[in-house]
Unconditional design. Sequence first.
Lengths: 346, 281
Amino acid sequence: MQNLKDYAASSRWNNFSHLYVERGADEYSLTRRIRDRFSKARVVEIDDYKAVFARPRQRFQAQKETMKLILAVKKDRFLYEGSGNSQNFNLEDFYYNTLMFNCVYNCDYCYLQGMYPSANIVVFVNLEDYFKATRRAIRERSNPSQPFYLCISYDTDLLAFESVVPYCRAWIEFAREEPDLLVEIRTKSAAYRAIGDLSPSERVILAWTLSPEPVAARFEHGTAPLNQRLDAARSAIDDGWPVRLCFDPVLAVPSWESVYGDLVEEVVRRIEPAAVRDVTVGVFRLSKIHYQRMRRLRRDTPLLYDEYVQEGTTVTYTAERREEMTAFMRQRLGDHFEEERIVTWT
Amino acid sequence: MPILLAIALHAEARPVIERFRLKQDASFDLPVFRRDEVWLTVTGTGRMKSAIATTCLVTRIERDERTVIFNLGVAGHTQKAEEGPVKVGDRFLANKITEQSTGRSFYPDLLARTPLAESAVTTVERPLDRADAGAVEPGLADMEAAGFFQAAATFLPPHRIGCVKVVSDHLETRRFDKDWISELIAGSLDDFEAAIAAYRTISDGEPDALTDADVRVVEDIRDRLRLTASRHRMLSDLVRSYKLHTGSDLPDLTRISQVSVKTKQEGDAEFERLRGILSVE
């Protein structure tokens, strides 16, 4: 077996070395655009995205280092009701959609690891079907006095991927045609310039998730550093966009009070609080099923081995700690933002 | 780190056996050759035989998380001779394996970068004629890959399963000389070895914070304190949590690992003591 040892360790493939293209997806313009963008990628034709995405025994973290792109046509379920683990801002018709499965980032606390069998990215290319379903849902919403609230970057980070798939641009243009729609695009990227040429819309909230720099560096792999996220958010505000700042998840890292206190100070130093639409606060929480799967898969991150309790189907900090952390954040943020602009998950 | 090889014909297997200096292992019911960490089975022709022999090999070997398995063999190519870039002797790694009889396709997970070009492979029931080339996806046609892959994927993750095919013909019907087949395979072995080496570099993710030594300590304590399976799991997690939060090695647990308890109550008391030592709050 000496020969094998003589070979230098080969590297992995780069991200998106391979495109898996569902048979029906080829006719869509998004597919053509992505194929052009990755013209050197090896293309494999597939019948159904699930045959690749849902293979048994895949290793999520191994795939994260060499993600493939799967281009597919979504056949149904273009909208999902918002989860109880998210804030609904008192909007009764709160929905999210899944334009993509997975995310280019790799946060240690991300529930996608416990939700999907694969880390490969599925891009659904039939945008018009999503628009059609959304138009119908807006018309049929339960409370016509409120907008139909739709989070389009809920299970992913669309803005981070905008240069590859211009979903955000498409949805911003779509929102301009729909007066009763309110879209949230949440990101940990600094890629605002990808949509910076668009005129702002009151119907689209650009939301930045903000974490203390040590937390971002340790647990939010691949994301933009805090200062770049703040620069991006400030540019969006300057251009007239409604901007939301999300302190979520707040993690009980060592000296969390000082770490998160510093974060709030840094944020208000860089961004004028009065110019921010609202802020959200939520402590670490996961569905029990995702948490259990993640613990089986990840034995390398302290985040999944903290002292948590199970409340109903949610795994989170103890009530006492939750209240302490939320109260701390409310108090610190309350020095700069009115009470009604601070929305918390507890 | 076992390397498992499933090869249909003796003529295909011979150069591999010579290259790795494998010796027959008579303890198997099927032809199996081995040396150190390399195991090779000669499966016979056809997807069913390939699946059976692959299953037999995989289930008999003590696998670990770096075990890889490969199918290697010759295959026809749908491109006409001289009408495209593919030549006899070219080798490919399968990126899609279609079972013609069922229409189902399977996809090895291509995480490792190898020197091999890639191709779709269609597994057919009997040798394909040139006239029927249009009945399969452009690429390679063989008789084993689909059986091999389905059997291997029952036990191993898809990024540890590779299927390498060497072009023997362009679907012209003819009989192959065994020595010539051996020569074709022998010519592919440098690339084949490089592919195996590349697959073996891929880990399943970040390693467990618990080292083998930690596992031994935990198992020793489990035995001494007569811990239940659930307590054993809790202890493993406590140790993992301690190491991940403190970034340190385990504290000295000699005193506890030397205790032997007689009753469940004594075991519970010791476990609580242990929990205190490993608490990171």
